[in-house]
Design a protein around this ligand. Structure first.
Ligand SMILES: [Zn+2]
Length: 200
């Protein structure tokens, strides 16, 4: 049994991220080539890249996995209490997560589907790689914060409002765009202005 399962903080259920680990998962685990755009994404925080990789590998200790391992006897979503928890429910089907995703879509003006989101992203043809990277960074942080909210709810029975989640995503993206300003084409510049992420 993984020791980090009993880690009594919001990271419960996922290994501690370190820069060394962040590099090693690329080299030692042989990441699928389809995931390279997540790796070469300077807008996304490395810890979010690592988190998404855990999701893609189904390595988060969601309740469906714990049930199969015999560690728990019941599976009920901490956030809504209305369904069993697995990766798809937690991040995309749960009413809480759907609300987050709807707000994210409205803000970024992109028609993201409510299922198979990561597959959608891999096939998404944006007018620029930067836009694709920004969408990936936003999705990754939203999912990271949903996981954190889920653990907070499990420990303290408190669910943050989705507005707060999206506000944090906006804050992170704004900060990342400032840290690494990038030259963009006219169309993307207009989109960045519309969503409030313009570097100028
Ligand atoms: Zn739920």
């Amino acid at each position: 049994m993984h020791s980090w399962f009993f880690d009594e903080n919001w990271r419960a259920g996922m290994p501690e991220y370190t820069v060394k680990l962040g590099y090693s998962w690329l080299i030692e685990e042989g990441v699928d080539v389809a995931w390279y755009p997540w790796v070469n994404n300077r807008v996304m925080l490395p810890k979010h890249q690592f988190f998404i990789w855990l999701v893609a590998q189904n390595r988060l200790l969601t309740q469906d996995r714990l049930l199969r391992m015999g560690i728990i006897q019941h599976n009920r979503c901490f956030l809504c209490g209305g369904a069993e928890e697995d990766l798809n429910h937690l991040f995309f089907s749960c009413p809480f997560s759907r609300q987050c995703l709807t707000m994210l879509k409205d803000w970024l003006q992109v028609g993201i589907p409510c299922h198979e989101v990561l597959d959608w992203w891999l096939q998404f043809r944006a007018r620029s790689l930067l836009k694709k990277h920004i969408l990936a960074a936003a999705l990754a942080q939203m999912m990271y914060l949903i996981w954190r909210a889920r653990n907070c709810c499990r420990m303290e029975y408190v669910v943050p409002h989705p507005v707060r989640i999206i506000k944090q995503v906006k804050g992170m993206l704004t900060m990342r765009m400032r840290v690494s300003p990038i030259i963009v084409n006219h169309r993307v510049e207009e989109w960045l202005r519309n969503v409030g992420l313009s570097c100028n």
